[in-house]
Design a protein around this ligand. Structure first.
Ligand code: 5GP
Length: 170
């Protein structure tokens, strides 16, 4: 399998710095409760948090699509957060927004736990694929409809540790 570089390590680092700067400016002295969406966003969330100037706390959630998600759009929570986020300033950190189904479900789910505020940050946005409208507050790279791997993105669980983002060449 050949992987073609799409976004370099340097470009990712620069983008993350930039996103962290915006987040630091917006939250000022407030603590941020990051909800990292496993597994894809783990690397991004860690790198992002280390560039954020205010105090960050971590929660993790793992969700997956039911069989036939394309038609039903149903999502289930495999691993839930373990602390209360009621009254907290929550930032969902996701790897990618594609159709928007995952984030739209997740947003409603998190809102039902009564945070003081809720914002969303994604590293990658496949805007042209959107089926459900979700407002993203902090957005990294907008890309075309290509399947990507690396920097957290997997193909059957593989390639997450590549330091760059690439596309699979057949
Ligand atoms: P959505 O619900 O927005 O359609 O899908 C979001 C999820 O689809 C992401 O969290 C990710 O797991 C997966 N996904 C979408 N596009 C890609 C891609 O190009 N590469 C990888 N590895 N996963 C993707």
């Amino acid at each position: 399998m050949k992987i073609k570089k799409l976004i370099t390590k340097k470009e990712i680092e620069k983008k993350i710095k930039n996103l962290a700067k915006q987040i630091s400016n917006d939250y000022k002295e407030k603590d941020i409760e990051i909800i990292c969406v496993l597994k894809g966003a783990a690397i991004f969330a860690v790198e992002l948090s280390m560039q954020i100037k205010t105090n960050v706390r971590f929660e993790f959630i793992e969700i997956s699509s039911y069989e036939g998600t394309e038609s039903t759009g149903k999502i289930k929570v495999n691993k839930d957060i373990t602390s209360s986020i009621e009254g907290k300033d929550v930032l969902i950190v996701e790897d990618i927004i594609d159709t928007g189904r995952t984030l739209s479900y997740l947003k409603e789910y998190i809102l039902s736990k009564n945070p003081a505020s809720l914002k969303i940050c994604t590293l990658v946005d496949k805007r042209e694929r959107r089926l459900v409208d979700v407002e993203v507050d902090y957005n990294g790279f907008v890309i075309e409809d290509k399947f990507i791997v690396g920097h957290g993105f997997d193909l059957d669980g593989n390639y997450r540790n590549l330091p760059y983002i690439g596309t699979i060449e057949k």
